[in-house]
Write a protein that binds this ligand. Sequence first.
Ligand code: ADP
Length: 391
Amino acid sequence: MLNAGSSSIKFSLFRGAEGEPALDCKGQIEGIGLKPRFSARDAEGRRLAERELAAEDQTDHRAAFEILADWLDAHLQGAPLRGVGHRVVHGGPDFAAPVAVDPALLARLEALVPLAPLHQPHNLAGIRAVQARHPALPQVACFDTAFHRSHPELADRFALPDWLYREGVRRYGFHGLSYESIAAALPEEIAGGRVVVAHLGNGASMCALEAGRSVDSSMAFTALDGIPMGTRPGALDPGVLLYLIGEKGYDYKDLERLLYKESGLLGVSGLSSDLRDLEAGDAPDEARLAIELFVYRIGRELGALAAVLGGLDALVFTAGIGENAKDIRARVCRGAAWLGIALDEEVNAAGGPRISRPDSPASAWVIPTEEEKTIAKHTAAVLSEAGAGAA
Ligand code: ADP
């Protein structure tokens, strides 16, 4: 599977035709256009390759893709690839499931570029790069928005004039492949209940699940809304944007940089977007403030999503911060005592999976996200439906 982003291309190779795909290896080129670096690891995390790329190798995504593809060809030693699944950020209002790539689909996805200008073009370029190298290889697009198409219309609407809704200005929701993997992995005792999942990584969002289906989420029209993230502010009074345009001379590019690159944990702390830097013992007061704001806003969103669900049976933490940052989990859970969550500090410190006390009215969990595996499963399923064999 391929996940082509603005400054990185990530891949995971899975083997196994039917049922559970097994990870063979994964890797990435990060820092494209800046200081590109290639790395690959096997399923146990052992290093297979790691190198800085020379300046002449690296300047664009296309060159980076060819480096990955050459490495993969050598790694496969002639074993055939059956198909490629892609993470595609936007599927628009219609796609509620992954689909096989063909020229008509590419044209429809191209039309969605204005809705996700920073991500969609890279995702589509990844599909085209595979096409150019292996014209006959089946490809499958898996959308970050698809899992949220079960939202009721009310949850999808902004209180804006109707023509904007009809034009596609809607609360789509993102991180859907992650939420789908969590929904499939929920322990039986909560799978049918009211669950809020907190996907806390560099990008961060929260999702309300009712019996495993998404009914609302904190991200909306773009991946900017909701809770603060590494470099994005989360929900913002739109009046702030009017102020910056009207009083400070900000244009589109200035706003884009502020909202995507300079805000969130980085903006508040003035130090770093990486939580580990902010948690370091010698971090300044601003770092503490950034963490406090992060936790406060997660708690606020949790209350909102619990209201949507009419109560809360379980809270699930996932992604880089959710799976590793025990202090963040502890603080969020302490703030959620009013929702019936009683944290077991010891189990939380040990990483879970169930981090609430046995007598806690609502439970709390740590469940690792498996976005890549979800894409591999979908790809295998779509390909075998299409009669092309499994990935
Ligand atoms: P992405 O959205 O890029 O996939 P990740 O899910 O990998 O991001 O999450 C990255 C975040 O997870 C960073 O803020 C990082 O500091 C945090 N993180 C990763 N490991 C730890 C850890 N052991 N303790 C605290 N934070 C961690």
